[in-house]
Ligand binder design. Structure first.
Ligand SMILES: [Fe+2]
Length: 374
């Protein structure tokens, strides 16, 4: 067999090429939108692409699966429950696909997303047992996938994790991420083993109730442009530009500069609506980072833009994205709302009901998707 893990440093994603050296048939799992790298590898190795898998509908990066499958005449595979607006082969739990002598056994491992699959790789000349499992975002190294990305379920995640951890110790684990927003505490290694995770993954050691409590507590903010990226991967829209791909340098200014801004400046608070409601810079407009791409028309191009978040990380990425989109006069506020508050500057607190209303409004994609089925 041939096996290669391809790491995308920018997004913290891992994709995989698996092939039979006997039949020269190949499969690619969770390809990034930069598909040239797979084309080159397939050509160099004289492999024919048979299958392209997305382990789930990604929400943090635009998938290259459809493009690759179309270019190579390969079969696009997702779990049968995937709600997308394009045709694909719907996989069932326990089903096996073959690549020459290799067998790819599909397990449905929902939790991070309802349609999540894991792929067990079996190479019968070597062993009748799986030697590796590609876990997508179900089991990550030192972590599991977050269940709050739309349709996820912590209880299902617990069942899926328990099932995966019943595999033999020696099974090598190759996840869909080594860093990035899909988990909260990934170790950073790009692979692990079932035995190691069973012993040392902090979530694997928890009983059901503490596990559920741990997954639903302190949920991090939704990632940059998740709304546009998820809708693109479902085939509802085509917004591949919603991914941050350039390393634009952005000026960071302190809160005094924010206070001394010109009257026409726009202050963009990119935190979640509930964070905004709990206190924001007076006059700041709420536009969560998750929705920047889908609401970009609301951000004026001819006025200075100050992006602000809680501590300055999210706003920096939003400002980079706006620069990527051609905004010239955009800065990020260093230290964010926390620094503003610490210096005793005025804070506006919203009514909690208004915040709830805004959450519902900003959730347009999920609402649209749920009303649509194939
Ligand atoms: Fe994910």
């Amino acid at each position: 067999m041939y096996f290669k893990q391809i790491l995308d440093e920018r997004n913290g994603c891992a994709s995989y090429l698996i092939a039979s050296r006997q039949s020269h048939e190949a499969a690619i799992v969770d390809p990034s939108i930069v598909t040239d790298q797979y084309d080159a590898l397939l050509q160099e190795r004289n492999f024919t692409l048979r299958y392209v898998f997305d382990t789930h509908v990604h929400a943090d990066h635009v998938s290259g699966a459809r493009r690759l499958a179309a270019q190579h005449g390969a079969t696009l595979c997702l779990h049968e429950s995937a709600m997308v607006r394009y045709s694909f082969r719907g996989l069932r739990d326990g089903e096996e696909l073959t690549l020459g002598q290799l067998r790819l056994r599909i397990w449905h491992t929902p939790g991070h997303r309802p349609e999540m699959i894991s792929i067990l790789v079996i190479n019968p000349p070597r062993s009748p047992e799986p030697s590796m499992v590609l876990t997508g975002d179900s089991l990550l190294v030192g972590d599991v996938g977050r269940p709050d990305f739309g349709g996820g379920d912590a209880a299902m995640q617990y069942e899926s994790l328990s099932r995966l951890l019943r595999l033999p110790d020696w099974v090598a684990v190759f996840p869909g991420h080594f860093e990035g927003p899909c988990g909260k505490g990934m170790c950073g290694r790009p692979s692990t083993t079932i035995g190691f995770e069973r012993l040392y993954n902090p979530l694997a050691r928890l009983d059901r109730e503490p596990f559920l409590a741990s997954l639903v507590s302190s949920v991090p903010a939704r990632p940059l442009n998740i709304t546009a990226i998820e809708a693109t991967n479902r085939g509802l829209v085509d917004l591949p530009w919603a991914m941050l791909t350039l390393n634009e340098s952005v000026e960071e200014v302190d809160v005094d500069a924010l206070e001394a801004r010109s009257p026409d400046a726009v202050v963009l608070d990119v935190r979640e609506p509930e964070e905004y409601a709990h206190g924001h810079v007076p006059g700041a407009i709420s536009l969560p980072q998750a929705d920047v791409a889908t609401r970009i028309s609301e951000i004026p191009r001819d006025r200075p833009v100050f992006a602000i978040c809680q501590a300055g990380m999210r706003s920096l990425r939003v400002a980079q994205f706006l620069k990527q989109m051609g905004y010239e006069n955009v800065v990020s506020v260093r230290g964010g709302t926390e620094a503003w508050r610490r210096l005793g500057k005025p804070i506006t607190v919203e009514d909690a009901n208004i915040a709830q209303h805004r959450i519902a409004e900003s959730d347009w994609t999920h609402a649209g998707v749920l009303s649509y089925s194939i």
